[in-house]
Each structure stands twice: as structure tokens, then as C-alpha cells.
Design a protein around this ligand. Structure first.
Ligand code: FES
Ligand code: FES
Length: 151
């Protein structure tokens, strides 16, 4: 089947199989480098994208589902090479060591703060519950997010 959707503000059109995941289409067909394969089963958050503004695991989303929708990756956030506040805070707080989890983390935080600019710790931890980081540890990540909330 042929699907058409907007990817980071650009219209794209691609032929997909009915069983193909959005993750595979983004990585293998469209060359998106910031969406990562981790577990493949909705447990790690490395593959998160925003679909119509909502965070979704692209490893569990069939590509056909995004026909007519807006898909955003972390690449859509920076404007003219200028990082967003969330991205700057991750850099300033050393919240990305290998960076494998970082795009998914940043998209989750972005979606959370758009909905709730001043989340409690509980709401923050709940939002991050589906994102695993295996090297930085969570303290610098939480510090980065708290610094954005304070600003
Ligand atoms: S690769 Fe999708 S949640 Fe882990
Ligand atoms: S920065 Fe390496 S997994 Fe999170």
C-alpha cells in the first residue's frame, strides 16, 4: 500500500507492506537516523516519535497507521541550527552519554511539557517510565528536565 504523511514538516510518500512497522520504514526507507531500535517490543522508548503530537513507539506502530498524519522526530525540534531549551539542558547537564536514548527522552519531555509545563516529580517519573537509559543514569536526565521546568 502507498501511504502519504508529513515527516518533520515535509510531505513524504512511500510504499509499505501491511505488516511493516513505522520504525523500519523511517530507518530503512527514509534514512531517519535519530529513531533507534532497542527492544522492538515497546519496552525501551528508543524508537519514540510524535504522531500528531503524541508520543508513540514506532516499533509497535504499523506504518499504514500514519497515513495522512504528522510524524515528528527530534530532528524537527531545532530551528535554523538553534537547539531547543530541552536539548540545551541535556547538553548543559551532561544528560546524554552515548545518546542512544536521548531522542526518545527529549520527545517525551517535549510532549509532557506542552501538556503540563510544570509537572510534579510523580508526573515526570510517570512520563519517563517507558524510556530506558543504560549509561547516563537518570539523575542528570531528571536534573536537565527540572532545569527546563524552572526556566
Ligand atoms: S524499540 Fe520501540 S520501545 Fe524499544
Ligand atoms: S545516554 Fe546511553 S542509553 Fe541513555
Amino acid at each position: 500500500m502507498r501511504i502519504r504523511f508529513r515527516l518533520d514538516g515535509q510531505s513524504v510518500e512511500v510504499d509499505v507492506k501491511h505488516t511493516e512497522t513505522l520504525l523500519r520504514v523511517l530507518k530503512d526507507r527514509l534514512g531517519v537516523g535519530s529513531v533507534h531500535f532497542g527492544c522492538g517490543e515497546g519496552s525501551c522508548g528508543a524508537c519514540i516519535v510524535l504522531i500528531d503530537g503524541r508520543p508513540r513507539y514506532s516499533c509497535l506502530t504499523l506504518a499504514g497507521y500514519v497515513d495522512g498524519k504528522e510524524v515528528s522526530t527530534v530532528a524537527a525540534l531545532a530551528r535554523d541550527g538553534e537547539l531547543t531549551e530541552i536539548q540545551k539542558a541535556f547538553v548543559e547537564n551532561n544528560a546524554a552519554q552515548c545518546g542512544y536514548c536521548t531522542p526518545g527522552m527529549i520527545l517525551i519531555v517535549r510532549a509532557l511539557l506542552e501538556k503540563n509545563p510544570s509537572p510534579s516529580d510523580e508526573e515526570l517519573f510517570d512520563a519517563l517510565a517507558g524510556n530506558l537509559c543504560r549509561c547516563t543514569g537518570y539523575v542528570p536526565i531528571i536534573n536537565a528536565i527540572r532545569s527546563v521546568i524552572k526556566r
